[in-house]
Ligand binder design. Structure first.
Ligand code: CMX
Length: 141
């Protein structure tokens, strides 16, 4: 099988980690050798993000809550900091959301929303994926 061809339409974009403090979170991965080169506030998700490349496609995304009402704030309150979700890049998030819905997965949003890094995103609820929160994302040009 041609791996490059197989990964054309779906590949890992990031692993997201909930943290209380971006500087402290970054230090761990910087000590491993990664370089963080972008921070961004995503108001819609009530987070500040920080990205470091793991390879040419995939990143570590650190997620720090802004305020007390967003999903990351709730997650840290309940479970503490740690791995929060993984995200796969897809060609068309609207089409893929519907395909997955038709297969019986629970999608969080009726329509995809704007996420970090100029992407349109949707999520599969962890109750329909064996306990893993999965984000699917499409890069907007
Ligand atoms: N991974 C795995 N399971 C999770 C989870 C996660 N990240 N977050 C919650 N859960 C589990 C809870 O432990 C709970 O399970 P139990 O009932 O067994 O205790 C269950 O899911 C709760 O589900 P819920 O009551 O429907 O909802 P919550 O209030 O816990 O919120 C979720 C969960 C997924 C709906 C919410 O986190 C959400 O809307 N996430 C999407 C948006 C998001 O995560 N944004 C972050 C920033 C995105 C980015 O910029 O990258």
């Amino acid at each position: 099988m041609n791996i490059k061809e197989a990964l054309k339409d779906c590949f890992l974009d990031h692993v997201a980690i909930a943290v209380n403090d971006l500087d402290e979170g970054e230090k761990i991965y910087q000590d491993l050798g990664l370089v963080f080169n972008k921070r961004e506030v995503v108001e819609d998700q009530q987070v500040e993000t920080s990205f470091a490349h793991i390879d040419e496609n995939a990143h570590i995304e650190l997620l720090k809550p802004i305020g007390n009402d967003g999903p990351i704030s709730k997650y840290i309150e309940k479970k503490g900091p740690g791995i929060h979700h993984m995200c796969f890049r897809v060609k068309d998030v609207t089409v893929k959301s519907q395909e997955l819905r038709d297969l019986g997965y629970k999608l969080l949003y009726e329509e995809p929303r704007t996420g970090a890094n100029n992407c349109l995103v949707n999520f599969l609820h962890p109750k329909s994926t064996g306990g893993v929160l999965i984000e699917i994302s499409e890069k907007m040009e």
